[in-house]
Design a protein around this ligand. Structure first.
Ligand code: PLP
Length: 378
């Protein structure tokens, strides 16, 4: 089987599970218990928090463990917006992940926030100039993803963050796809909050973290025993927090690995564009995630192509794994100006650290075959 869907999820790093196992078995105690077993669990949790802080250039008091990237994003968007005493406006982009779009819709429907949308160009990139025209004194929050999960397009997050900081408007970024591939830069004081998801980089599913600047107020989503400094109540999943920290610490150097994998991705992209009739790249040609190649293929139904490749034991995606079950055509591509039919022809190939050239060569050949077969039945 060839797996090229690492942006949907990655295999769990066995070292992460090894590090976590004692906190599921021998040292299983509740970290809030004051006996020695509880103190050992608490020490492991603190250590995991310190490690995540160090690896992301945050302070340990700025790390809030969550149970997913989706939860981290919801906590950032709702928590920061609802904690603001005045203002009912949020700025974001239409190509965000469903986790953000649905949270924004909730804030609009149930709390009366107005959402101001940044347009994207044909590559899916927002314009900092448009942000300047939309920002107002009563803007509560700006949220923009680092890198798009469907197209791999990188957003000008640092520039956007600086514009927000100049007006003292909090800025959140969904860095779920960036972790492990781009430096996270929480040392940039203009970034107020940053969301992470563990299963994208070798930690188990159901792990995540929100990095939240100490000077930003946040209303918790989950109320109870005030764990995670009151930001997220509920007994902490010590083992999964340890696994999250361990997996993050085991990631290869982003520069070296990014350059190695992007060369493989570029070979794949060039081969597909040359050999697969009607194919074109979506997203930005150069400012893109090193491991994501995304295409539309004229006259082909993306879902049928996926099934055909699956039959050949090759697993790729039509875009966002979270929405592809429900969504007929990608909201991301539509926001970039693609029509419905073209957007339905989208496929995404995402490489992992273990991907080999042999796998890419086999996939490019299979893709060409599958597209030819499907074209014959049109
Ligand atoms: N944001 C982006 C950009 C994603 O790609 C995903 C998952 O695909 C999420 C958020 C949601 O993360 P999780 O699956 O941990 O809830």
């Amino acid at each position: 089987m060839i797996y090229l869907d690492f942006a949907a999820t990655s295999p769990v790093n066995v070292e992460a599970i090894r590090a976590a196992t004692p906190y599921l078995t021998t040292d299983f105690a509740n970290p809030s218990s004051t006996h020695s077993s509880g103190r050992r669990a608490k020490a492991a949790l603190n250590d995991a928090r310190e490690r995540v802080a160090k690896l992301t250039s945050a302070h340990s008091s700025e790390v809030i463990f969550t149970a997913s990237g989706t939860e981290a994003i919801n906590l950032a968007l709702s928590g920061i917006s609802l904690a603001q005493p005045a203002g009912r406006r949020i700025i974001s982009s239409p190509t965000e992940h469903q986790a953000s779009l649905a949270a924004l819709n909730f804030l609009h429907q149930f709390h009366g926030f107005q959402i101001d949308w940044l347009e994207v160009d044909k590559f899916g990139v927002v314009s900092p100039d448009q942000l300047e025209t939309l920002l107002r004194a009563d803007t509560t929050l700006v949220s923009l993803m680092c890198v798009n999960n469907e197209t791999g397009t990188i957003q000008p997050v640092n520039e956007v963050a600086s514009i927000c900081a100049s007006l003292n408007v909090p800025f959140h970024t969904d860095a779920v796809q960036a972790a492990g591939w781009m430096s996270l830069g929480f040392n940039n004081p203009a970034i107020s909050a940053l969301s992470l998801s563990g299963h994208k980089f070798g930690a188990p599913k159901g792990t995540g973290a929100l990095l939240l600047s100490r000077d930003i107020a946040c209303e918790p989503l989950i109320h109870g025993g005030n764990q995670e400094s009151g930001n997220r109540s509920g007994t902490e999943n010590v083992a999964w927090c340890v696994a999250f920290a361990e997996a993050l610490s085991l990631l290869p150097d982003v520069e070296q690995e990014g350059s190695r994998i992007s060369k493989m991705r570029d070979w794949f992209t060039t081969t597909v564009l040359a050999d697969v009739p009607g194919s074109s790249l979506t997203g930005h040609a150069t400012d893109r995630h090193p491991a994501i190649a995304s295409f539309v293929i004229e006259g082909i139904h993306g879902a049928s192509l996926l099934s055909e490749l699956d039959r050949m034991n090759i697993q790729i995606s039509s875009g966002s794994a979270c929405s592809s079950e429900h969504e007929e055509s990608s909201h991301v591509l539509k926001a970039m100006g693609y029509d419905d039919n073209t957007a339905q022809s989208a496929i995404r190939i995402s490489l992992g650290h273990t991907t080999s050239m042999d796998e890419l060569e086999a996939t490019a050949a299979a893709l060409q075959r599958a597209v030819t077969d499907l074209s014959l039945y049109r």
